[in-house]
Design a protein around this ligand. Structure first.
Ligand code: UDP
Ligand code: MG
Length: 335
């Protein structure tokens, strides 16, 4: 896996958790698996080896088998057989990466929860760095890719997408971070409260607040097998990111509406002026058709924008996101 970590960057730290987590605190790993039979054993071995460098904590490994069609489930059964800390959630079919993570989070009981891929692209050693950051008081630790070894196409699309999203989104979604994260128990509890269906977990996490920190790492190639994110799934995730955290597309319709109404007004003025001052060059009936067409076109675009803004509100409401997140209630007699 090589050298992976260089430094950690505090993003913002309005508060930090006070006190070290006590020895024996439980760290849960949430590990989505979809057709990873070739790399899974090695992954588990390396993960266990990495956690052994922090023996002061307890660990649980929650594998979510997301409807694998290969031998992954058999391997997971073996792992669970051999290691009592392993738990396997076996999905009835493939529900997708984001849902698999959600299920794992729902079952994680740890004082901290680490979410990571099981193809060794997220190096286990980095997860231990995250645990160190957590022990120092961070509530959410994201792993940010300093470099990545993927296909040129993937690197290019990911690079531009993260920046586009950063520009559009209403919450500050860090660039070049996937779902490789550590969440403190409080943050994990809050994340469980988000029940929307089209989920873009890194956006939800970013929207929660808390003391967030980053660790930088170099992303390796997949240890075995092919990517489980074909273009179709990637596009869907990308769309969920934009629609889940930005109303920019809706606002664009409203803007186009205003613009076309303004242009229509100019067009109408032109048609009427031509009719009044240069009647000999205007074809009979042209003015009427122009006026009606431009007016209706402009009004229609604007109406779409108005409807769009209500749809946006309905969308906001149906997601039922928490209105606010309280870290802690501080009373007179306890701090
Ligand atoms: N994965 C999953 N369900 C899916 C697709 C992927 O659980 O439908 C898992 C996969 O096993 C891996 C992680 O999600 O642990 C990330 O997938 P992958 O490595 O294929 O994505 P990439 O790194 O190519 O973006
Ligand atoms: Mg991968």
């Amino acid at each position: 896996m090589g050298e992976t970590i260089s430094r950690s960057v505090p993003v913002e730290q309005p508060h930090r958790r006070t006190g070290e987590p006590p020895t024996g605190s439980l760290v849960s790993y949430v590990l989505p698996v979809y057709d990873e039979q070739d790399g899974l054993r090695r992954f588990h071995r390396e993960l266990v080896a990495a956690t052994e460098t922090r023996p002061d904590f307890e660990y649980e490994f929650i594998y979510v088998n997301d409807g694998s069609a290969d031998g992954s489930l058999t391997i997971l059964r073996e792992l669970a057989e051999a290691d009592s800390r392993v738990r396997v959630l076996d999905f009835a079919r493939n529900f997708g990466h984001q849902i698999a993570i959600t299920a794992g989070l729902d079952h994680a009981e740890g004082d901290a929860v680490v979410v990571m891929d099981t193809d060794l692209q997220d190096p286990p050693a980095v997860s231990v760095q995250m645990i160190d950051e957590w022990a120092r008081g961070a509530e959410i630790v994201s792993a940010r890719r300093r470099t990545r070894r993927d296909t040129r196409f993937k690197r290019l699309t990911a690079h531009s997408y993260y920046r586009l999203l950063h520009g559009l989104a209403e919450v500050d979604i860090p660039v070049d971070t996937g779902d490789f994260r550590l969440l403190d128990r409080r943050a994990a509890e809050e994340l469980r409260g988000f029940r929307e269906r089209s989920r873009f977990i890194r956006g939800l996490v970013a929207s929660m607040g808390f003391a967030q920190t980053e660790v930088l790492f170099d992303r390796d190639e997949r240890a075995a097998g092919e990517t489980k994110y074909p273009l179709r799934k990637m596009v869907r995730l990308a769309a969920d990111g934009v629609t889940g955290f930005s109303t920019a597309p809706l606002k664009m319709i409203t803007r186009i509406g205003f613009l076309s109404l303004a242009l229509a007004a100019l067009g109408i003025l032109y048609a009427v002026v031509m009719r009044v001052f240069l009647p000999e060059v205007t074809v009979s009936g042209w003015t009427m058709i122009m006026v009606v067409m431009l007016f209706l076109g402009g009004v229609q675009m604007l109406s779409l924008g108005v409807i769009g803004s209500y749809v946006g509100r309905i969308y906001d409401e149906v997601r039922q996101r928490p209105l606010y997140i309280v870290r802690k209630v501080i009373r007179h007699d306890e701090h």
